[in-house]
Design a protein around this ligand. Structure first.
Ligand code: COA
Length: 264
């Protein structure tokens, strides 16, 4: 697809849809046009059955994303009305990533700060290179972090680490991030992309409906018990058992060959 802004790159590469934040002069800080491009890129990937995994990353080799573009705040995020418009655009971007029906991986090489960490937390998995750093400097700027993003952080690291991240507003190392569960895996810089691609290949070979069902049900478990939609989960599970892929999985096992799944 042609991206709506040159500061976002959307690239299809086999089973992977790459979404690349491309504002390297500002460490990929996200401007309004970039936030607004995110849902369009996700929608394009989701419309393509060949795409089995979406990987989000940053251009330039220094940063995943160093947050929202602060240079735009005076013009676009200062008075109450523009704050609402801006927050809507960021919320839609985060939610679209979080609700994507493909698994999403944040491939983090360098700074992963503020809204950048919010983007990474909207993904299902976070893989980082050694030397990457993480933080939410909201308390250094006097701004507030959206409740939905805070919830995602708490879901991943728990309340005690979430508070430490917010209260100190400091940067955390990849070791600290790993130990608090903020990231799934750490790789040497030179191995980050190949390892990410290897995981994508593994996921892409698996049954898409099973993967998507697992994603949805895991996310459902994070809701308050009274909002947990058992019927929805049961429908997703029934769809897997009724799928051609389930028949293919059984047959391939008996024939001692690799299954070929189609997501149907
Ligand atoms: N918005 C706008 N511009 C940003 C930015 C952001 N969030 N983050 C970095 N930049 C710009 C810098 O202003 C600088 O531009 P310049 O070369 O025109 O001066 C350029 O990116 C490089 O950043 P620099 O600060 O020189 O790099 P560094 O390696 O010394 O520090 C950071 C990196 C991430 C620690 C530092 O840039 C920073 O604190 N950025 C702001 C992070 C933030 O508060 N994000 C949350 C926003 S809600």
């Amino acid at each position: 697809m042609s991206s709506p802004t040159p500061r976002m790159i959307a690239r299809k590469d086999g089973a992977i849809g790459w979404m690349i934040f491309n504002n390297p002069d500002r460490l990929n800080a996200v401007s309004l046009d970039m936030w607004e491009a995110v849902p369009k890129i996700v929608a394009d990937f989701e419309a393509d059955p060949e795409i089995r995994v979406i990987v989000l990353t940053g251009a330039g080799g220094k940063a995943f994303v160093a947050g929202a573009d602060i240079s735009q705040f005076e013009a676009q995020r200062a008075d109450p009305a523009s704050v609402v418009t801006y927050e809507n655009a960021t919320t839609i971007a985060f939610e679209t990533i979080a609700r994507a029906d493909r698994p999403t991986i944040a491939m983090i090489d360098g700074y992963c700060i503020g809204g950048g960490l919010g983007i990474a937390l909207s993904c299902d998995l976070r893989f980082a290179s050694e030397g990457s750093t993480f933080g939410i400097p909201a308390a250094k700027l006097g701004l507030a972090y959206a409740a939905s993003g805070t919830r995602r952080l708490v879901d991943v690291v728990g309340p005690a680490y979430a508070k430490e991240i917010f209260f100190t507003a400091r940067r955390f190392t990849h070791d600290e991030a790993l130990s608090m569960g903020l990231i799934n895996r750490v790789f040497a810089r030179e191995a980050l992309e190949s390892e990410t691609r290897a995981t994508c290949a593994t996921i892409a070979e698996n049954a898409p409906l099973t993967v998507m069902t697992a994603k949805r049900i895991v996310d459902e478990t994070r809701k308050a018990p009274e909002n947990f939609d058992v019927d929805y989960c049961d429908r997703l599970i029934a769809r897997c058992f009724a799928s051609a892929d389930y028949a293919e999985g059984r047959t391939a096992f008996m024939e001692k060959r690799k299954p070929v799944f189609r997501g149907k």
